[in-house]
Design a protein. Structure first.
Length: 243
């Protein structure tokens, strides 16, 4: 792929992931608290010890979400809040603010005014012509939008994507290497695999899988028979429609 074609592909991916994020983020507000209706004839829930403290915590979380992000929690404030959803909202909100400010700073533009997440994302997309002149900035914008859109998708119930990697695990010699684009890491998914690193979690935790971060991919490729370019392609494959 030529440099021009690669740059165009990055910008195309930016628009795809931005559209996915704009579509998904508002849905998080609907997922923040479950529907409070009970099935007809269902007996009311019996309060358990400690529920009062949890309820107070959930109400504080609801108020925080409304104050910080302008998101009103559906239903009464006493409805149980899905904290993993609120964590996602907070992460994406902070991430979009930081991304837009970084883009404006790099382009020599004034600090952007306050706005909601979707409006900020649209403003970033509106700057793509200027961003295109800075390939490293364009890749950063793509990577951040992709990360946040994928986190939204997982929070809303989509499965984390997994891509098979050619070659054999250097530790267990099985064809069990998998790329996890959301984490930008390669893992050996063989439950019996144990590496030789005494501080690696796979030594004493059966649920832990040895993984290779981005700075280790070339070393992994050399040891496994895979190609570093294939690993990179697995991480950056955006031909699938973002969900």
């Amino acid at each position: 792929m030529t440099g021009r074609a690669a740059a165009e592909a990055v910008l195309r991916d930016v628009t795809l992931w931005a559209a996915a994020l704009v579509r998904q983020f508002p849905e998080l507000a609907e997922e923040l608290a479950p529907v409070r209706r009970s099935p007809a004839g269902a007996a009311p829930a019996v309060p358990r010890p400690g529920d009062a403290g949890l309820l107070r915590q959930e109400r504080r979380e609801a108020l925080l979400m409304e104050q910080r992000h302008g998101l009103a929690v559906p239903g009464h404030g006493a409805a149980p809040i899905r904290l993993h959803v609120s964590d996602c909202i907070r992460d994406v909100t902070d991430g979009v603010v930081e991304l837009e400010e970084a883009v404006c700073a790099r382009l020599g533009l004034p600090r952007p005014p306050r706005a909601g997440v979707t409006d900020r994302v649209r403003r970033v997309v509106g700057l793509l012509d200027a961003v295109a002149a800075h390939p490293d900035l364009a890749r950063h914008v793509r990577d951040e939008l992709r990360r946040m859109a994928r986190r939204c998708a997982r929070t809303l119930g989509a499965a984390e994507p997994v891509v098979r990697v050619a070659g054999r695990c250097p530790w267990c010699d099985s064809v069990s290497l998998r790329a996890f684009p959301d984490r930008r890491a390669v893992l050996c998914v063989n439950p019996a695999c144990v590496c030789a690193d005494p501080v690696c979690g796979c030594q004493d935790d059966p649920a832990y899988r040895h993984l290779w971060r981005e700075d280790e991919w070339r070393e992994l490729a050399a040891a496994s028979g895979a190609r570093a370019e294939e690993i990179e392609a697995a991480m950056d494959d955006t031909e699938e429609t973002p969900c």
